[in-house]
Write a protein that binds this ligand. Sequence first.
Ligand SMILES: Cc1cc2nc3c(=O)[nH]c(=O)nc-3n(C[C@H](O)[C@H](O)[C@H](O)COP(=O)(O)OP(=O)(O)OC[C@H]3O[C@@H](n4cnc5c(N)ncnc54)[C@H](O)[C@@H]3O)c2cc1C
Ligand code: SF4
Ligand code: SF4
Length: 352
Amino acid sequence: MSLKDVAIIGGGVAGISASLVLADIGFAVHIIERDVQLGGHAVNFACKATDKCSKCLVCLADELVLKAFQHPKIKVLTGSEVTSFSGKSGNFELQISQAIGEESLFKELILKVGAVVIATGFMPFNAEEKKEYGYGKYKNVITALELEKDLRLTGKVLRPTDGAIPKKIAFFQCVGSRDESIGRGYCSKVCCPYALRLSKLIKSEIPESDVTIFYMDVQPAGKCFNKFRQECEELGIHFVRNLPSKVYGYVDSDFLRVKSLSGDKGEVVQNEFDLVVLSVGMSPQSDARFLADTFGVSLDRYGFFEGQGFRVNLSNVPGIFLAGACQGPKDIEESIVHGKAAAVEVARMLRV
Ligand SMILES: Cc1cc2nc3c(=O)[nH]c(=O)nc-3n(C[C@H](O)[C@H](O)[C@H](O)COP(=O)(O)OP(=O)(O)OC[C@H]3O[C@@H](n4cnc5c(N)ncnc54)[C@H](O)[C@@H]3O)c2cc1C
Ligand code: SF4
Ligand code: SF4
């Protein structure tokens, strides 16, 4: 190990992208990944192609994972976490705890590196916090994350209570975002695009389904987005500009009653759906505070790692860099770009 080695904490798309750039330059890169697999959240998501590619970029995650494992300059430590840290820029020492085998055994490792990139990503908002939507109480209220995983594993959308094909499906937007009362006043940026793509996929898989998206306003993400929304409307997907206030279950029915206000007059309306999908936003990673304290880096007011003004890849500690959604909500493309930019900052600091 030399002080030109770099530690990347978190092996999602951002961490891998940073690693590949650095490894191509010639640095020895160590990816420290807590999970048993690389790729972060994106490797659990579904391809959302219908008759054509929907440009969700999920497939890039699998490609990145493969490249990371194949690169001779990248060493992947899965099941690993940093337990302590010391030193200064250009000369850091990290203590790593790595799980080995299946019997909760751990081995301790020391890494000496010149720079560290924090790329620990995000946590999906815990939908149980929005008690009024009944997640955890009614089985047919699911999160978009669960829908993504089911689609990836089975290729099907099924109603959890009985495995039937749902006919009336509602998406609720901004769940756990844009709400200062729960400490999340920011827009998560990814949930409008993923909800539209998922709705379109559902409509193409189940043409007879009736899909409604309840929203505050749709975040126009990407230059093709308006066209994409128009395509959704042409397919018959309904857009209702009001967020529901409550979901009610029935004792002996798979259906759910959704209470919301009607568009113009603000009257209370109730509609029935047999599947409610909560478009959960991005929250800071669960141990962001622990890592921030370990490395002495600062968090912003929402708990994401704080960049330095326009230099969003720099933390307040020289030699510690930030990549991807750990620094704030980002989609896959932005996370990859952010990861590559972090690598450029690292290379500049280590003067290559
Ligand atoms: C429901 C949902 C659907 C989405 N769909 C899309 C989509 O279709 N297209 C799109 O572009 N974006 C989508 N996104 C956004 C996408 O998930 C993010 O852009 C992407 O995952 C960010 O990558 P990342 O590498 O920054 O973070 P992550 O994917 O969160 O990866 C971080 C990695 O760091 C690891 N880690 C965390 N803490 C530690 C630690 N202390 N030590 C070691 N390792 C650690 C984690 O295990 C993880 O592997 C979606 C998000 C959600 C919530
Ligand atoms: S995963 Fe997304 S980007 Fe890749 S082919 Fe499927 S729809 Fe297209
Ligand atoms: S991307 Fe859409 S659903 Fe997500 S927080 Fe922003 S406006 Fe709400």
